[in-house]
Design a protein around this ligand. Structure first.
Ligand code: ADA
Length: 728
């Protein structure tokens, strides 16, 4: 029988160390999960990228006839595994499970894992708006099995594959397994079939009559399939099982997402896995908390961005009925020498997650054309798409495209369904441009299913205003922004999916903005999961049926105006407001209830509906509260077209255009050649090949953000000022 032994405890760790010959007792003692970037808050020297070595003495012996496999459920980004100094395995890809056959164990062997998150051009991701936490950050197990056992190594397979196909009210369920001999007894829904293993493969088909469906939030029912490997006397050698769900779905260009025959527009959030103080080194507890928050919001779908998440999280999606978008980190910048890595990460993603009913699509890439569209990139996508179709003909391929990608580009039509990340109203343009974009797309491409994979705006919950504007990072602008987009998606059920970017603030070492270093602040909830920003409750009001009400502006206590806005988000039909204990007004409505309240001095504001109640304090102050305002302006303030001289160049202009003007060209080249503390590959490459700048279609602002982890708003302001001196 199979024994699984967790070996998270008792490791020694050192960053930048050589492989030790004996257990290095003087290294830092750590337990897994572990990352050396846990405390990261900003780029630069604190963001250590390189090799960290983990060492542990194995205590377990294998019995005669027993084989041992090492299971690593996530090592970012590349791993080399050694036993007593002997190299056993190299693995590229920081987000998937892989297993390594071990020799016979006597006990006392020195196991070393070298984890490497340094920059290279072989392994995705290399350029992206999130932190590449290095380390052995998920569970490590020893799996002991008899000589005849289910497959463990190939692409980290669970060994069992279940394919339920709808047949009227019934489901035909094919169960397959891979093993190195024996006979397999499959059990599904109380029935068994025993079949021989032929060429390492066994399969059986079951029929579940009148199947109970896996029906999203309504009823996420799970069945279980078991496989027992038997010897010639019928004794069980090895055993595995997996849950699965019976469900059908399709993505329709006009009707949107259809689950089990009924329209079910996917409305939810994206999730990055990391958390403040822990980085990516999470336990089940953090996964459970994240899922509880997403369920509280009432989302029916999650985009698990931008890489393979912990197995456990996909299990939670299955269990709670949240439809999931899964993807690999083929992101931001195509690397011709990393083609094989897109294939291996995709093979692992699909092989390891095939059985999850929650997953409905495989994401080929994210914003991959951001730095240009080459033949090699196209070809890579064609092959990747073909690979997915071969591995899983039952699920559609999808892409999340960058907003600059021409909507007529044939790449859009390569996957079965497509989607755009659109940030009008934040990085560029007006909020209304979002509707214009999607309506035009839908009208011009009536046969292309289109989704809204990302939208959001950075928000520091310390910042407040009564006159919210784009780029101010306030909690109030985040409300304006999300109220607008939520209305947009609700009115357009043909948007087959929409995902707020992001459920949680997340580590983005290259960022330095909005009063915080190293964090993308587009979350509905802060990175420590402690503060639900007001917009969290906007979504809850729309999506959740759990009765609640929420008074906005709890952190916006000191207000300068004489009459102030007090807004309640609620899923109740009526809300009453009390000011200093006295009734102020009652409103009926849906989701949002706004009151204009005169203020002088301190006031206790209460919102009430039956037994539901919330309370905040507001204080009138003589001068605007300085701590509520971002110092030095936000990076986006000068993106505002009103503030720019339109007859001169600016950061808004595309690099390729700036390169056509001699003076502007000099500013661009000057930026690329500016010595930095830690140059990215991207900038070094541009420095070596300035002609690439002439082909770079991204705005200058984006080039600056991408090119250096050290870019500060001041530098951007400086460059913008220089460009504003040059007439077009
Ligand atoms: C892109 C990217 C995301 C995210 C976002 C942002 O759209 O896909 O990773 O970071 O930008 O916040 O700017």
């Amino acid at each position: 029988m199979r024994t699984i032994i967790n070996i998270n405890q008792g490791w020694a760790f050192r960053f930048g160390a050589e492989l030790p010959a004996a257990f290095p007792a003087d290294w830092e003692a750590v337990n897994l999960p572990h990352t050396w970037n846990a405390e990261l808050t900003r780029g630069g020297t604190e963001y250590r990228r390189g090799t960290g070595v983990y060492a542990k003495v194995l205590g377990k012996c294998t019995a005669p006839g027993q084989l041992a496999f090492l299971e690593l459920r996530g090592c970012n980004a590349s791993a080399d595994v050694y036993l007593d100094g002997r190299h056993l395995c190299h693995h590229d890809g920081g987000y998937s499970t892989f297993r390594v056959p071990l020799p016979q164990l006597r006990g006392g062997e020195l196991l070393c894992v070298a984890a490497d998150n340094s920059a290279n051009d072989r392994v995705y991701p290399q350029q992206a708006d999130f932190t590449f936490y290095g380390g052995l950050y998920r569970d490590v197990n020893l799996i002991l099995v008899p000589e005849t056992h289910f497959e463990l190594v190939k692409d980290g397979t669970p060994g069992i594959k279940i394919t339920p196909v709808q047949d009227g009210a019934d489901y035909r369920v094919t169960v397959e397994s891979w093993q190195n001999g024996g006979t397999v007894r499959f059990t599904v829904d109380g029935r068994t079939q025993t079949v021989p293993s032929e060429n390492g493969h066994a399969a059986a088909e079951f029929r579940i009559e009148n199947a109970r469906l896996w029906d999203g939030l309504r009823d996420p029912f799970l069945y279980t399939a078991q496989a027992a490997l038997l010897d010639e006397r019928g004794a069980v050698l090895d055993e595995i099982s997996a849950s699965f769900g019976c469900r059908s779905f399709r993505i329709d260009a006009q009707k949107g997402f259809i689950l089990n025959g009924r329209p079910y527009p996917l409305r939810g959030v994206s999730r990055h896995q990391d958390r403040k103080g822990l980085g990516n080194a999470l336990t089940k507890q953090e996964h459970d908390e994240d899922m509880a928050l997403i369920r509280e919001l009432g989302a029916n779908s999650i985009r698990l961005a931008h890489y393979q998440h912990d197995q456990y999280f996909y299990e939670l999606c299955d269990r709670y009925g949240l439809v999931a978008w899964a993807e690999i980190p083929y992101i931001s910048a195509h690397m011709p020498s990393a083609r094989e890595n897109t294939f291996s990460q995709m093979r692992e993603l699909i092989t390891q997650n095939y059985n999850h009913p929650a997953i409905v699509c495989w994401g080929l890439s994210n914003e991959i054309t951001m730095q240009g569209l080459t033949d090699d990139l196209r070809d890579n996508h064609v092959e990747l798409n073909r690979l997915v179709k071969r591995l899983d003909p039952g699920r559609p391929t999808v892409m999340a495209n960058v907003m600059m990608l021409d909507t007529r580009d044939p790449l859009l039509r390569l996957p079965d369904a497509t989607a755009y990340n659109i940030y009008f109203g934040w990085y560029v343009g007006k909020l209304e441009d979002n509707e214009v974009f999607f309506d035009k797309f839908h009208q011009e491409n009536p046969d292309v299913p289109i989704g809204f994979t990302e939208y959001g705006c950075d928000t520091n919950p310390a910042y407040h205003t009564s006159t919210p504007t784009r780029g101010d990072y306030t909690e109030e602008y985040q409300r304006v922004y999300h109220e607008h987009i939520l209305a947009l998606v609700e009115a357009r059920p043909w948007l087959w999916c929409s995902y707020a970017w992001n459920m949680f603030d997340f580590g983005a070492a290259n960022r330095d903005e909005g009063g915080t270093h190293g964090v993308n602040q587009k979350g509905l909830v802060t990175m420590d999961r402690k503060t639900k920003k007001d917009v969290f409750y906007l979504y809850k009001a729309h999506w959740s049926s759990e009765p609640f009400l929420h008074l906005c502006g709890r952190r916006y206590e000191k207000r300068h105006e004489d009459v102030t806005d007090v807004t309640v988000y609620s899923n109740q039909a009526e809300v009453s407001l009390y000011v200093d204990g006295k009734p102020f007004g009652t409103q009926t409505g849906r989701h949002k209830f706004s009151f204009r309240v005169p203020i002088s001095g301190a006031h206790r504001i209460e919102a009430v509906r039956g037994t539901l109640r919330d309370e905040i304090t507001i204080r009138h102050v003589d001068a605007p509260e300085e701590s509520y305002v971002l110092k030095g302006g936000g990076i986006l303030n000068w993106f505002d077209a009103d503030g720019l001289k339109s007859d001169c160049w600016s950061l808004k202009d595309r690099v390729c255009e700036l390169m056509q003007n001699a003076e502007a060209r000099a500013v661009v080249i000057g930026c690329v050649n500016r010595p930095g503390k830690d140059e990215s590959d991207f900038i070094l490459d541009l420095r070596a090949h300035p002609e690439k700048l002439e082909a770079l279609e991204i705005p200058m602002e984006q080039l600056l953000t991408l090119s250096s982890p050290f870019i500060s708003p001041n530098i951007k302001r400086h460059v913008n000022a220089a460009l504003q001196q040059i007439r077009r």
